[in-house]
Design a protein around this ligand. Sequence first.
Ligand code: 4NP
Length: 161
Amino acid sequence: MISVTFVCLGNICRSPMAQLIFEKLVAERGLKNSFAISSFGTSDCEEGNRIYPAAKKILLENGVEGEHIARQISLKDVINNDYILVMDSENLMDILRLTGGEFGEKIFKLCSFTANPRDVADPWYTRNFQKAYSDILDGCKSFLDYLLLHKQQAFEYDSRH
Ligand code: 4NP
């Protein structure tokens, strides 16, 4: 079992998009039972709110279903996950502030797994939800490819038990 949590600022646009996209990719590979997938915000500004309508719309246009209620990440959530995948440099700084600089070995920017490492720009400000979707999809696919290549034992173990 590999636990993955996606993190952005508000947890109503990018990280719930990443959670639902990654859940779909994993299900398509028949690997649902090998993962615990979640998402959080670094801030509590949207706590309790559903996915932002423009983000929800682009997900549905691309056949990605599901809902999420926003919540703020705590140190416990960092400790309890194998991978903390943030969207941008600001998220990374906020998480490292939360951990006091610890757990850096499992905290990554999502698009650091792609051939073109970059931030996922915040569509709350850019209004470009299509670009956010494409960047997140690229990041999720590349991260899953990385796991399939480097963490093969985890999947073999899960398929035997
Ligand atoms: P997200 O976008 O971090 O991708 O969920 C945001 C959503 C809400 C706010 C900022 C960013 N806000 O300031 O309310």
